[in-house]
Design a protein around this ligand. Sequence first.
Ligand code: SF4
Length: 321
Amino acid sequence: MSQENYYQWGHKRRFNTFSDYIRMRFGSRVQKLTIDAGFTCPNRDGSKGRGGCTYCNNNAFNPSYCEPKRSISDQIELGIEFHQKRYSKANSFLAYFQAYSNTYGELSILKKKYSEALKNDNVVGIVIGTRPDCVDNEILDYLAELNEKTYLTLEFGIESCYDETLLKINRGHDFKTTQLAFEESRKRGIRTGGHMIIGLPGESKEMILREASILSELKVDQLKFHQLQYVKGTQMAKDFLKNPNEYTEFELMEYLGLMVEFIEKLKPEIVIERIAGETVREYNMRESWGLRYDRVLSEFEKLLEQKDSWQGKYFKKLKNG
Ligand code: SF4
């Protein structure tokens, strides 16, 4: 592929940003509004496993208004109020079913919960976060139907492309299951997102960079990246304290340097929603970088500029892809 520059794909910035995608799709800013709809997860209730993924503590990501004891409608009202205080121009929202596995339940219950969220006039679409092993044909067929009526993204936790890592972090499914979930969603025209954790135990820099090529072959429309964080109350935080040498802790610039190399190999068409993660400060067991996400992003873009780098600069299709 030509390496002229990033304009060749119509990108205004050096990577394919979510904010540009949203503006193109909706013509204005649209804010994601997190909901905790009271789902659980098969990796916690015993049907797949107990205790969950070793890094998981959902409370660390939920904003204060987001509590399952409140109705979905109330969470949306409070969420809108919260966002309008921060960004006065926020008028359109995507209801984001984020906590736990939001397709894990009877179809009739899923339908009820999604339609409650879509009732609010300020909600212009829905984002559903789930595990790749929590969708079947019945659910996907229904989501394809819903997708005809509203904007919809189905977001899967990928976390790693390596089965040995997935085993280590107690995910309870393999990468083949992930690939299948993306393929089945794409077949039905459902827009998909994926969540990745960078720096999981046992993954070398080479392994991480190879994931950029593997993800480029996946039927995924947008990706979010989080650096591995040690969240209080998780099994991973305990393991880290016992064997710190087996775990990675990125300095900010080290992480951003790695992500520059990563996105150089990533397919240019994939939208990047986040380059790094934030947790609520009191949940972080280690010193965090002490920067808000917008500052992290601006450091990342400065680095891309300095290195004259961009998403897809070295993108190559895998030989047997
Ligand atoms: S990360 Fe998701 S799948 Fe894993 S235990 Fe937590 S809620 Fe369940």
